[in-house]
Design a binder for this molecule. Structure first.
Ligand code: GDP
Length: 367
């Protein structure tokens, strides 16, 4: 039997038989020195996210190993998609180990956002999911912002023990670890090109000192992440790459905003008010009358209302409606994985429509 080889990218055991399963690599790849699976290969060379049919449970079981050890857990979330990227059940998975929560991709937040409020919101949201965190840090893994401070905190909290970096796919976990390694050793893209061995648990082991390591764990896939419902092309459109520029719409009641054709907000009742929209600058927002909104969707989805493109339409769950009463002034309506709308004045009712499974939530405004 072939000795087990782990993918240098994600830690999955390499196999050459089933392209649909994790760790698949063509036989020819085995001759190379640093073997990575096809999925990591594509991610590295084409920046494409390829889904593997891991059951969420398999991943969670792997993470659950952490509860049997002692160490610091660093959970990374995407600030733009907390609900899609927070791993629920973290408390159970990681036992009594301390957890630091890291909000990544702060570079795309508008400058008007108050970082203190973002931290508070992340901390509260984690608590609502049953997780008390030691501290919250905001970083941009890509722009190398906040990494020094976080890395000092990690050293402080780990107390000489191991560090486990966890996160759902696409939160920027690999980018973060690469930046961390590059800051300390000067080696670029260490994770994907990699020097570090996978472990039997599917974790990648990066030595910190003689006694302890930083482990990169496999990215948990969340089915309700918007990213899983849209084509690669659409994902590029809806994912903010630059600082988000707010777009303001003054609406009367009975008016509707479409965010591409992926989400919709109906202003049902209330005084004329402004809706401040924070989405990827590339995402097209369309205003219409509520009475015309259904017809517009039926006739112009994928054209005037885009994304979705054809590929996304074929896999997008139907939009589901949810009524919301906005009571407080300065409330954000958060469309998980897409963005949010700030409503300055409370006392209005809106209806939101999002693909089934995508979460909409309210929070105190971050501005
Ligand atoms: P992983 O699946 O968690 O390992 O995520 P990756 O490191 O592969 O990153 C996922 C996507 O997020 C990639 O397209 C990255 O370019 C992007 N990304 C990662 N870090 C940042 C960041 O700090 N800011 C922004 N804007 N994008 C980021």
């Amino acid at each position: 039997m072939m000795a087990e080889i782990q993918c240098q990218g994600c830690g999955a055991t390499i196999q050459t038989t089933d392209p649909e399963q994790p760790g698949y690599a063509p036989a020819s790849a085995l001759e190379r020195e640093d073997i990575i699976c096809k999925r990591c290969f594509r991610l590295k060379h084409y920046n494409e996210v390829q889904d593997v049919p891991y059951q969420d449970d398999d991943f969670l079981e792997m993470l659950n190993q952490i509860s049997h050890t002692k160490g610091l857990v660093v959970q990374i979330v995407d600030i733009f998609d907390f609900n899609g990227s927070f791993i629920s059940g973290m408390k159970r998975l990681t036992g009594n180990n301390p957890v630091i929560l890291v909000g990544n991709k702060m570079d795309v937040l508008p400058k008007s956002v108050n970082p203190g409020k973002v931290k508070l919101w992340l901390k509260r949201s984690a608590k609502e999911h049953g997780l008390e965190v030691e501290d919250v840090y905001l970083i941009s893994a890509e722009k190398n912002q906040g990494i020094e401070e976080l890395s000092r905190a990690i050293d402080r909290y780990r107390n000489g023990k191991d560090v486990y970096v966890v996160g759902t796919t696409n939160v920027g976990k690999s980018t973060f670890i690469n930046t961390l390694i590059s800051n300390t050793s000067g080696v670029k893209d260490a994770i994907t090109t990699s020097y570090f061995p996978g472990t039997t648990l599917g974790f990648i082991d990066i030595p910190l000192d003689e006694q302890s390591s930083l482990f990169d764990t496999p990215g948990v896939i969340h089915r309700h992440q918007m990213a899983h419902y849209v084509s690669d092309k659409d994902l590029k459109i809806i994912t903010p790459r630059k600082e988000v520029k707010p777009k303001v719409y003054q609406l009367n009641e009975q008016q509707t905003l479409y965010f591409g054709g992926l989400a919709r907000l109906d202003f049902e009742a209330g005084d004329r008010t402004s809706f401040v929209c924070y989405f990827s600058n590339e995402l097209n927002i369309h205003r219409t009358k509520l009475e015309k909104a259904d017809e517009l969707y039926d006739q112009h989805l994928g054209e005037l209302l885009f994304p979705p493109d054809k590929e996304t339409i074929s896999q997008l769950p139907p939009l589901k409606r949810q009524e919301l009463k906005i009571r407080e002034n300065k409330t954000d309506i958060v469309f998980s994985g897409l963005g949010w709308v700030t409503v300055p004045e409370g006392g209005i009712s809106v209806t939101v429509h999002v693909p089934e499974g995508v979460k909409v939530s309210l929070r105190d405004s971050l501005i």
